[in-house]
Design a protein around this ligand. Structure first.
Ligand code: GRF
Length: 184
């Protein structure tokens, strides 16, 4: 059984989508959700689907590489996780940590570029397209090797909300597929 760990800080709609996608898969499972906020929506999702979860503070996050020395973890997926991943974890899981970013990196990436801020910046710069980037995580925010990008049109009357909905649509389609491909 291939084991996925999802890290999320917020609503967790991507986490939910990934859990549902692999729910009846006998080869791949979501084994754990890691979250840094005790009131995050993703924790109710973990409970609803009976997925174990772990709430971490920064020292606990630093400890994970050590705690997981004997665990079989095949892929770590950052789905809206807002803290930087410690180097110890990146070293312990080379090319096994993915992030999904809601823009076409390298545009609109980096520290402070998350959620609605990304979409607002895209719209105020009159970009004609935006999209998603699935990439490996290295020591620098949003700079690891790109695995997949998919784009969507930004309309003249686009709002951060409408753009976010388009982006989520792309994420829901392509994130589980990419995970599956990487684990096969
Ligand atoms: C997604 O848009 C993802 O690209 C970004 O954070 C958002 C998480 O949304 N990294 P959700 O919590 O999965 O709804």
């Amino acid at each position: 059984m291939k084991n996925i760990v999802i890290f999320a800080s917020g609503t967790g709609s991507n986490a939910e989508n990934i859990i549902k996608y692999f729910k009846n898969n006998s080869l791949i499972q979501v084994g754990l959700i890691v979250c840094n906020k005790s009131n995050a929506g993703v924790l109710s999702i973990a409970q609803n689907f009976n997925i174990p979860f772990l709430i971490v503070d920064k020292p606990a996050l630093e400890q994970l590489a050590n705690d997981w020395k004997n665990e079989k973890i095949d892929l770590i997926v950052l789905a809206g996780f807002l803290w930087q991943i410690p180097d110890s974890l990146i070293k312990a899981f080379p090319n096994k940590i993915l992030n999904i970013h809601p823009s076409l990196l390298p545009k609109y990436g980096g520290k402070g570029m998350y959620g609605a801020k990304v979409h607002e910046a895209v719209i105020s710069n009159h970009e004609k397209e935006s999209g998603i980037t699935i990439h490996y995580v290295n020591e620098h925010y949003d700079e690891g090797e790109i695995i997949l990008q998919k784009s969507c049109i930004v309309n003249l009357n686009e709002t951060a909300e409408s753009l976010s909905a388009k982006i989520h649509f792309l994420e829901f389609e392509f994130l589980p597929l990419t995970i599956e491909k990487l684990l096969q």
